[in-house]
Design a protein around this ligand. Structure first.
Ligand SMILES: C[S@@+](CC[C@H](N)C(=O)[O-])C[C@H]1O[C@@H](n2cnc3c(N)ncnc32)[C@H](O)[C@@H]1O
Length: 240
């Protein structure tokens, strides 16, 4: 018989999956456009920073929650001799990534349909990255499985939104989502769940302290965190 603790863990996992499907259903076709417009192009700068932090001698990189492949293709372009594996939970987004890979003729990209926490590889990676996954994921399980897939000395890099830690920025952050909700929802009904649910999730998420704790438990070293653009997001890196 399952103990209460086990049931609670299963519920949390199911709730996470339910949230991802609820947020992203029907948004795939407009995702790339929306992420560029809604972040005023800043997402591109954040992706560039991620790519800059990858060790240049990498031969295998894993991009968890690759979505429509924005970061996967940025990695493939910067490191044409490197094998890039993109893992994504939702078929809708993965199909879009597959089309791009085909259209661009990328031969160094492999795309896999899987929950990030469940993905395993027999061949190790130099680097495991993710953008906008941390707040949806079971970070304990993800950190443990990532450790198993990284080479010794390999780099884990996680990027995600942050709730501004400065009071003077909080009102601006709230105003930004208020405008997005009021102006965006009538024109993009598929995005309503994200416009309303994302700020709540970002405010409630403890992904940085939870990830840091999981990294310490799994004996990662050189754990570093940097905020990006007005504390709008952060990158955490660590070495196995
Ligand atoms: C905001 S999108 C980001 C996609 C891409 N990383 C980017 O930066 O453009 C978040 C993606 O994470 C995926 N996702 C969320 N939780 C996941 C999980 N546990 N495993 C795999 N993918 C997940 C969602 O399906 C969605 O495609």
């Amino acid at each position: 018989m399952l103990g209460l603790e086990a049931i609670a863990v299963m519920d949390t996992g199911d709730q996470r999956l339910e949230r991802v499907h609820r947020f992203f259903s029907g948004t795939g076709a407009t995702y790339d456009w929306m992420v560029t417009v809604a972040t005023f192009g800043i997402d591109r700068r954040w992706k560039r920073r991620m790519v800059d932090l990858i060790p240049p001698d990498s031969t295998r990189i894993l991009d968890l929650a690759c979505g429509t492949g924005i970061s996967t293709l940025a990695l493939a372009e910067r490191y044409p001799n490197c094998h890039i594996v993109g893992v994504e939970l939702r078929e809708e987004y993965l199909d879009l990534a597959r089309s791009k890979v085909q259209r661009l003729g990328c031969t160094n990209v492999e795309l896999v349909l899987s929950r990030a926490e469940d993905y395993r590889s027999d061949e190790p990676f130099d680097c495991v990255v993710s953008s906008y996954l941390a707040k949806y994921a079971d970070l304990k399980s993800l950190t443990h499985s990532t450790k198993g897939m990284l080479k010794t000395g390999g780099l884990l890099l996680m990027h995600d939104f942050t709730y501004p830690p400065k009071a003077y920025l909080v009102w601006l952050w709230r105003l930004y989502f208020f405008v997005l909700q009021r102006l965006g929802s009538p024109f993009f009904p598929a995005w309503c769940e994200i416009f309303y649910g994302l700020p709540v999730l970002i405010q409630e998420s403890r992904w940085i302290p939870e990830l840091t704790e999981a990294l310490r438990e799994n004996e990662f070293t050189e754990i570093r965190m940097e905020y990006l653009t007005a504390y709008g997001s952060a990158i955490v890196t660590a070495r196995k």
